[in-house]
Design a protein around this ligand. Structure first.
Ligand code: ADE
Length: 314
């Protein structure tokens, strides 16, 4: 029997309704425990629905992944990566979508996630054109803080972009979509699979397809640039031409771009992954603390970052 257990049909009547993996120790939960209210988003192999837990009335976002699709497109590793990284991250950080339960039935896998009611940061940027420097600073700080936690747990995201940054009720960031996530085994600091989205891909990934924590820092630079400028830092007429620009570090800032933000981005858009701000070690004074200490963040109160109210989106 070489089919992965996730995709095997139920073997007995008792199992046929659903099988559970206990993320939080509670077993027995099934799709019947939820009222599916409406679709929140559709991905290439999954649908995310707003769902209400019938007994607690608590609302969640449930990601429903079609098993036939997983089989046909060999996407099981993606689904497993998503579940395993989310389990590893646990309930440990307010800036990361939490997995409450995972279960399955004959047709689908279900991931019960924190609901982020205010949608993708991408739609906010599109709607507003760009964000104020104050707003961009707040979101950049929340991303930095969540990245610090994620990396401390040995998880790299590998596809950070504004579509994967959701906003909750209080307009705080929740990082989602860990389908490209990677758990670094103790010792392994780098990994060699190509994943990601053209505009946010780091030069080392294009050149020798190696990713490490540093690649998430490159993407952070791309995101900060995009929030303030309202456009991609690196964009060509094709994916290939975008990659050429990334490899040549060919980008420029629009007039009036905040000077401290510019300095921060220049320190993230560095070819050597270990020289990127925050991506080094405490020994060379280039760990997360160095990134938090950058002047762009001088007005940020790191200890109240997740209880302070978000600046108005403007
Ligand atoms: N779309 C995708 N994931 C979501 C989530 N966790 N909350 C709200 N909308 C989403």
């Amino acid at each position: 029997d070489d089919e992965p257990s996730e995709l095997r049909p139920p073997t007995s009547r008792a199992q046929s309704k659903s099988r559970n993996s206990s993320v939080n120790g509670r077993i027995g939960i099934t799709a019947d425990d939820f009222e599916f209210v409406r679709t929140l988003g559709e991905g290439s192999y999954s649908t995310v629905m707003l769902a209400k837990h019938r007994t607690t009335q608590q609302e969640y976002a449930i990601k429903i992944i079609d098993k036939n699709h997983l089989r046909r497109f060999e996407k099981l590793p993606t689904a497993l990566a998503e579940k395993n990284t989310l389990v590893r991250l646990g309930a440990g950080h307010p800036g990361i979508v939490r997995l409450h339960w995972a279960f399955q039935d004959e047709w689908s896998l279900y991931f019960v996630l924190d609901l982020a009611r205010n949608g993708e940061l991408q739609s906010r940027i599109s709607r507003m054109g760009s964000l104020s420097t104050m707003c961009a600073r707040f979101y950049a700080a929340q991303i930095v803080d969540a990245l610090g936690y994620m990396h401390s747990k040995g998880v790299i995201h590998r596809d950070l972009k504004p579509e994967n940054l959701l906003l909750d009720d209080a307009y705080r960031i929740k990082i989602t979509d860990f389908g490209t996530g990677k758990i670094l085994d103790s010792g392994a600091e780098r990994t060699k699979t190509f994943v990601g989205t053209a505009q946010y891909v780091s030069p080392e990934l294009l050149e020798d397809s190696e990713t490490s924590k540093s690649s998430d820092f490159w993407a952070l630079g791309c995101i900060i640039y995009q929030m303030i400028a309202g456009r991609f830092a690196f964009q060509g007429l094709s994916e290939y031409l975008t990659w050429q620009k990334i490899k040549k570090l060919e980008y420029s800032f629009p007039d009036g771009f905040d000077e401290q933000a510019k300095d921060l981005i220049e320190r993230l858009f560095v070819r050597d992954p270990l020289q990127r701000l925050g991506a080094g070690t405490p020994e060379d004074n280039n760990d997360m603390q160095a990134l938090r200490a950058h002047p762009f963040f001088s007005s940020i109160s790191w200890s109240t970052l997740w209880t302070d109210s978000a600046p108005p989106l403007e």
